[in-house]
Design a protein around this ligand. Structure first.
Ligand SMILES: *Cc1c(COP(=O)(O)O)cnc(C)c1O
Length: 460
């Protein structure tokens, strides 16, 4: 099976390069030990190919860089705010914009404004910061993603879909009054970048409409989701990414957005809503946590770069090359027989650590151990998306045991070449051939919140 038929190539050429340090195996072994076998605690300098995240790691275009020089750094009413507001309205179509320093800033404000103690927030698989803000506001997140999403070998093309039966049952059990909104993520990050279909969104809109429940979109990777709809959903092959993106937004009441992913900037985000009352409360709260409602923790120049990045992110040529590169790496992995999550999603390759390291029990953190071994092999930095990321159940204190125990190789946008993809694939193959030597880990330091960022481990 090959994921892509024709060669793709980048719709850009390279104008400036950033030199990388090459390390030896001994240096890497030492560095990962000092980092407590947590790739988040490595120094970036010691990393050769950085696949930790696609967040804030994109290469900006010359247009965006020149946009930085147009920063209007007035405290209030900056020109760049109005440009960003216009871009948001043009490409996403919501009525009101509140900029925030990044996505979680918007999640905090949305959760504070909309969630009351005891509320239920259904969503299509949790996201770390999103769920935490819902919980801090007194709510409980409940997963209503379709079962296929939890099966890394299931080939259904829209594994991000909401299971409407699960949602219906939840509404019957708790009552619509307890559900302020359904939180829908597009290209579901923790499921492996799996898209939601337009059909599912339409049906969800009908169901929630009937019960007076709002839909809030986590639109962080909406353009990538639109690409999958264009490629795989009936009736969308001839529509542009931009048109599909806008249609997705029409089925929702508002959105949180991390500009650090699709929108090709190093920092930035926003909350967008259609309801005036929610906007007013949120624009009051943003002053407490982020900054005045016309900058929300961002410099004017950051808002300018994000406005330009939004426009670049919905171009068909851009998205074809972006996902083409991810598929290229996916093909290499499949050829080598590496167990990965299928179908390949939008922003990276997710290695199935349960099948890669069947001899390591989940409580011994197999994905964490695999990410550390990959770094030691070649200086490729990946990250854990398994039991460490899932954290603990606040009521029982036990680990959550997610079905998916994954290592994420996240591809930054417009940053690496096809030759880098080859090096990554060769390193994963080398580690796979030597997988029996990899042992589990013991967690020796565990932070209370979002532990995967700072936890430390020792080899068993
Ligand atoms: C990154 C991300 C967020 C949070 O955004 P930040 O900009 O990192 O604060 C929320 N949801 C999803 C799906 C994300 O990938």
């Amino acid at each position: 099976m090959k994921l892509s038929k024709r060669s793709w190539a980048e719709p850009f050429k390279i104008k400036m390069v950033e030199l990388l340090k090459m390390t030896t195996a001994a240096q890497r072994e030492k560095a990962i030990k000092e980092a407590g076998y947590n790739t988040f605690l490595l120094k970036s300098e010691d990393v050769y190919i950085d696949l930790l995240t696609d967040s804030g790691t994109s290469a900006m275009s010359d247009q965006q860089w020149s946009g930085l020089m147009l920063g209007d750094e007035a405290y209030a009413g900056s020109k760049n705010f109005y440009k960003l507001e216009q871009a948001m309205k043009n490409f996403y179509g919501y009525k009101y914009l509140i900029p925030t320093h990044q996505g979680r800033g918007a999640e905090n404000i949305l959760s504070q404004v909309m969630i009351k103690k005891g509320d239920i927030i259904p969503g299509n698989m949790y996201f770390t910061t999103t769920r935490l803000h819902q919980e801090l506001a007194g709510g409980t997140f409940i997963d209503v993603i379709i079962d296929e999403a939890h099966d890394p070998e299931n080939l259904f093309p829209f594994k991000g879909n909401i299971d409407l039966n699960k949602l219906n049952t939840l509404i019957k059990k708790h009552g619509a009054k307890k559900i302020p909104y359904v939180c829908v993520a597009v290209t579901v990050n923790l499921a492996g970048g799996q898209p939601v279909s337009m059909k599912n969104l339409k049906q969800l809109r009908q169901l929630t409409h009937k019960h007076g429940i709002k839909i809030m979109l986590d639109m962080t990777r909406i353009a990538e989701n639109a690409y999958f709809i264009q490629q795989h959903e009936n009736g969308y092959a001839k529509k542009s990414i931009a048109a599909i993106v806008k249609e997705i937004c029409t089925y929702t009441d508002g959105a949180t957005f991390s500009g650090k992913k699709d929108a090709l900037v190093n920092i930035g985000g926003f909350l967008a809503v259609n309801d005036k009352k929610i906007y007013e409360e949120a624009s009051n709260l943003v002053v407490v946590y982020e900054g005045l409602h016309t900058y929300g923790g961002l410099a004017g120049r950051d808002m300018e770069a994000m406005a330009i990045g939004i426009q670049e992110s919905v171009q068909d040529d851009h998205m074809k090359a972006r996902i083409g590169q991810v598929m290229y790496l996916g093909d290499k992995m499949l050829e080598a027989g590496i167990p990965i999550v299928l179908p390949v999603g939008g922003h990276g390759i997710f290695i199935d650590a349960k099948r890669f390291l069947p001899h390591v029990k989940q409580v011994q953190f197999p994905a964490q151990a695999l990410a550390a071994a990959l770094y030691a092999d070649s200086g490729v930095r990946a990250m854990e998306r398994g039991i460490v990321s899932a954290g603990r159940n606040t009521k029982t204190g036990d680990h959550y045991y997610p079905k998916l125990e994954l290592v994420r190789l996240t591809i930054p946008r417009r940053v690496y070449t096809q030759a880098h993809m080859d090096v990554i694939s060769e390193s994963v193959q080398h580690v796979y051939e030597n997988r029996k030597k990899i042992k589990g880990l013991n967690m020796v330091y565990e932070p209370k919140y979002l532990r995967f960022f700072q936890a430390r481990f020792q080899k068993l």
